[in-house]
Ligand binder design. Structure first.
Ligand SMILES: C[S@@+](CC[C@H](N)C(=O)[O-])C[C@H]1O[C@@H](n2cnc3c(N)ncnc32)[C@H](O)[C@@H]1O
Length: 195
């Protein structure tokens, strides 16, 4: 582990004491190759108008994306408070944060990229598929994408298959990569001229 990561993790532990968030969030972006690849994918896209992450945690991914409009939603107000604190010191565009409880909270925003990773394994296929379809049609612009992850590790409650999740969608599926715990990250992409 590099000195930089050790220092960042020590700072996260202090933030955990202050904000009281779950231990998971002491992990930093550099320790999560899937998150680094999502940042790379987002920043390589032609359209970089707006990005929204549901289940954004401390907004490690969002803070590194180079978009004009950024939104971070999460169920947990403790992580949102800390994400706001961290973003305050960040030079980039202001991130709009809000509490959001998937699937109960209505998603009103229309964006270029919608990210939902490292928590969707809590939900069964039916619910997840319905909401991916709804968000794809109602909340993602033509030419945009939804980024999700699937896991096969027995440790996780639901093992999703991206084909099953997108069976009714007129989309292109791109794989961002394979990661530990048999995680795969996918971009569910909408045609540039789709309705
Ligand atoms: C493991 S963290 C991942 C954070 C970020 N997506 C990443 O990969 O860097 C999962 C986050 O999802 C949030 N979360 C879990 N269930 C949720 C739900 N039903 N609706 C919204 N957020 C949720 C948690 O509060 C937590 O901050």
């Amino acid at each position: 582990m590099s000195t930089d990561v050790i220092v960042k993790k020590a700072f996260r532990r202090i933030l955990k004491l202050v904000f009281g968030f779950d231990h998971w969030h002491t992990s930093v972006l550099e320790e999560r190759p899937y998150a680094l690849d999502i940042v790379k994918y987002c920043n390589a896209r032609n359209t970089r108008g707006s990005v929204l992450e549901i289940g954004c945690g401390l907004a490690d991914i969002l803070r590194k994306t180079n978009y004009r409009q950024k939104m971070g939603f999460d169920i947990d107000t403790k992580v949102l408070d800390c994400a706001k604190f961290l973003s305050f010191f960040d030079g980039g565009p202001k991130i709009k944060f809000a509490q959001f409880h998937f699937p109960e909270t209505e998603l009103k925003e229309i964006v270029d990229v919608l990210i939902m990773v490292n928590w969707i394994f809590f939900f069964e296929e039916d619910t997840l598929r319905r909401y991916i379809e709804k968000y794809f049609h109602e909340n993602v612009r033509a030419g945009g994408a939804i980024i999700v992850d699937t896991l096969k590790d027995p440790h996780y409650p639901n093992h999703h298959n991206v084909k099953a999740l997108t069976t009714n969608l007129p989309c292109k599926i791109s794989k961002l990569g394979n990661y530990t715990r048999q995680r795969e990250v996918w971009a569910i992409e909408k045609e540039p001229f789709a309705a």
